[in-house]
Design a protein around this ligand. Structure first.
Ligand SMILES: Cc1cc2nc3c(=O)[nH]c(=O)nc-3n(C[C@H](O)[C@H](O)[C@H](O)COP(=O)(O)OP(=O)(O)OC[C@H]3O[C@@H](n4cnc5c(N)ncnc54)[C@H](O)[C@@H]3O)c2cc1C
Length: 451
């Protein structure tokens, strides 16, 4: 029934892989420059103002912000552009944090809630403008909104209260409540009791987006070096520059931006940044094309859809296929764990899909943080980092990459609660894998009993 999942999620730094065998890779294969490398490995020594490590949304957005200010920079990635989460994700462009705005208000007050709300929506504006500036039609960004579907009456009451609060307190009218019938009509599933539509959200083809960004900044003269893992970062006493060692060349830079997120442990040079995070394996499946009758009936508004279970699933329709994702793919790299469970969850919501073949399945790591918010800050006077998007990084990494560039240049962008005073390793980090499994099992239990 299912396609093989034979690509490990991470690999030794000296054996770069192509993108995982995903729907995104298949769709990108139709592009005229599909097989073109977007950068060459570094084979000489360079001196630059700023070196950016990581060629996902964070790193490329940072590099573009630097290029626009006329600052000389270079992007280094151990793998091809977008090989990390940026080329694997669900392509949901959202204007929210994992921590809700009422929760932010309760914890930090109204002024902070307003600033965080602005930052969340700024993320979507940044995606729109990057798509526009680089002419990324192939990324198919659609501002169609995102519908959060409630799996119980209790969950429905909670998301309704949140939408009311956002409207009355923040004056944001982009969130509207949908009845059970409306959600059923729109999704084609009877599994939900109602929902809340966030209009300021959309969908994108994630791999086309990240490759388009790379093409755009390369055209503007920023060198991108793929297959170039940073093996060591050091600064001799008294030296104002940091030296980055890669297999066949070094980069000396006044400032370094670490944009390696949940893949930071690829080499010891960046692995301290992994200790800021609890990496969570997240999986996706895509079916074969839906029969015409189902295609006309399911997800007719072409939005993205999430649900209110703690172990949330999300879905959208792409290329006439159902794309279904979830965050409970436990197990180690390359294991098939989770895909069958995902298919069962999809069929529970959409029984008509029971006989449909799963054509693609792949997974990647999201970087969760202890406070459920992204972190951007400086780890010393020459190094800036941005990470921890908690599974919602398409828009936020595009924004925070730009803010990381500003920080590296000594500017003071508005970061509100996202400003990190330095690296703050997750306590008991070595216990994170069993910890994640324990918490996830507890959440699955609560979801199963409808609590
Ligand atoms: C399955 C899945 C589904 C998701 N769905 C969504 C979604 O629908 N919507 C949403 O908003 N977010 C989603 N996310 C999260 C989103 O993809 C990420 O938050 C975002 O892509 C992070 O981008 P990034 O540039 O920070 O990191 P990445 O894209 O992960 O890039 C990090 C890069 O750093 C490189 N690297 C690491 N270490 C080194 C080193 N030492 N030297 C050189 N290079 C190095 C890696 O090769 C990698 O290319 C999902 C994530 C996954 C995995």
């Amino acid at each position: 029934m299912s396609a093989p999942h034979n690509q490990p999620d991470k690999q030794p730094h000296n054996q770069p892989l192509n993108q995982p065998d995903s729907l995104w890779r298949a769709l990108a294969a139709a592009s005229p420059d599909a097989s073109a490398a977007l950068g060459t490995p570094l084979t000489r020594d360079l001196d630059v103002e700023v070196a950016v490590i990581g060629a996902g949304y964070s790193g490329l957005a940072a590099a573009y912000a630097l290029q626009k200010r006329g600052v000389e920079c270079v992007v280094l990635d151990a793998n091809p552009v977008g090989w990390g989460a940026s080329g694997r994700n669900g392509g949901v462009v959202s204007s929210k944090f994992r921590l809700s705005f009422p929760a932010i208000h309760a914890l930090h007050g109204l002024d902070t809630a307003k600033r965080m709300h602005r930052l969340a929506h700024d993320g979507v504006r940044v995606v729109e403008s990057l798509v526009d500036e680089f002419g990324l039609e192939r990324a198919r960004f659609e501002h169609t909104g995102s519908l959060r579907c409630a799996h119980t009456e209790r969950a429905f009451a909670s998301i309704r209260a949140e939408a009311d609060w956002v409207r009355t307190t923040l004056g944001d009218t982009s969130m509207t409540v949908q009845s059970r019938d409306e959600v059923t009509r729109e999704t084609g599933s009877t599994g939900f009791v109602g929902g809340v539509l966030s209009a300021d959200a959309g969908t994108i083809l994630p791999l086309e987006y990240v490759r388009g960004l790379a093409r755009g900044i390369a055209r503007r003269g920023v060198p991108i070096h793929e297959s170039t893992p940073v093996l060591e970062m050091r600064r001799a006493p008294g030296d104002t520059r940091v030296t980055l060692r890669t297999p066949d060349g070094t980069v000396r830079a006044k400032q370094v931006i670490v944009a390696t997120n949940a893949y930071s442990d690829l080499t010891p040079a960046t692995s301290p940044y992994q200790r800021e995070l609890v990496p969570f394996r997240s999986a996706m499946i895509a079916t074969e094309r839906l029969p015409a009758e189902l295609d006309a009936r399911l997800m007719v508004e072409r939005r993205s859809y999430t649900e209110t279970r703690r172990m949330m699933k999300w879905f959208r329709k792409v290329d006439g296929r159902m794309l279904f994702g979830g965050r409970d793919a436990f197990g180690k790299e390359g294991q098939t764990t989770g895909f069958d469970a995902l298919q069962r969850a999809m069929i529970a919501l959409f029984p008509e899909l029971a006989d449909l073949r799963v054509a693609y399945r792949w997974s990647g790591y999201v970087g969760m943080t202890f406070n459920s918010l992204p972190h951007v800050g400086r780890s010393d006077d020459a190094t800036t980092f941005c990470l921890g998007y908690n599974g919602a990084g398409v828009a936020m990494a595009s924004l925070l990459g730009q803010h990381a560039a500003a920080l590296a240049l000594g500017e003071t962008p508005e970061l509100s609660l996202l400003a990190a005073p330095g690296l703050r390793p997750v306590p008991f980090h070595s216990l994170r894998a069993p910890g994640v499994r324990l918490v996830a099992a507890w959440y699955q239990f609560l979801d199963a009993v409808g609590a």
